[in-house]
Design a protein around this ligand. Structure first.
Ligand code: CA
Length: 224
């Protein structure tokens, strides 16, 4: 499998290249956005690892132009910026998945393989954690391949937790994210929604994904 790495930090690019090669990938590296776009448009790759902050052209623009030209290669965005705005913008632009730096190499390999596999079907922005899958396009959530109906608010909370996988989010942060001008959301209300989500996502399953961090808030992650 052939991967294009568009990353301007040479040290990081070298580490990624070496790590991918050890996992039997063929790797080409570009250090700036314009060259990366040219390579992605003109050569076949199984996947692209795309940094956002790049010289000559930022990663969002690269992605936008690729998708505008109907280049459907799966793209995994590597970003140092963990902000929600960036993530949503990237998913809207057509990224297949995200990884926030610094990342663990096994996770990079797993996500990369996952977007390549998924692309053999139809590329669609999916978030997959353990057996939980969130399809951003269709707004459907499945666990163990079974669709789970969620209310709009439960869905938003779940997406917020999933996009911040492994990070602890306080009740206030969650309340702020699902802010609704028509209803005053007490942060205690968050506990109620989390319990609804747990019932739907985790109940009766061995691998729980939603975890309470006492005194801090909630996190969504797989315990391995
Ligand atoms: Ca960079």
């Amino acid at each position: 499998m052939k991967v294009l790495v568009i990353e301007d930090e040479q040290d990081l690019a070298d580490i990624i290249k070496q790590g991918l090669e050890e996992n039997s990938f063929t790797v080409e590296v570009c250090n700036d956005g314009e060259e990366g776009l040219f390579m992605a448009e003109n050569y076949p790759y199984d996947a692209i690892l795309l940094d956002i902050m790049l010289p000559t052209m930022d990663g969002f623009t690269v992605l936008h132009r690729l998708r505008a030209k109907k280049v459907k290669v799966p793209v995994l965005v590597l970003t140092a910026r963990g902000g929600m705005g960036d993530k949503v913008r990237g998913l809207d632009t057509g990224a297949d998945d995200y990884l926030v730096k610094p990342f663990e190499f096994p996770e990079l390999i797993a996500r990369l393989k996952s977007i390549i596999r998924r692309n053999k079907g139809e590329a669609s922005p999916l978030i997959a954690i353990d057996t939980l899958t969130i399809d951003i396009n269709s707004r459907t959530v499945t666990r163990d391949d079974k669709e789970i109906p969620l209310s709009a608010r439960e869905y938003r909370i779940l997406v917020y937790l999933a996009l911040n996988k492994g990070r602890v989010l306080s009740r206030d942060q969650i309340a702020e994210y699902i802010y609704d001008p028509d209803h005053d959301l007490d942060s205690n209300v968050i506990d109620v929604y989390i319990s609804y989500l747990r019932n739907k996502i985790d109940k009766g399953r061995k691998n729980k994904l939603i975890h309470t961090i006492r005194g801090e808030g909630y996190t969504l992650k797989e315990i391995t």
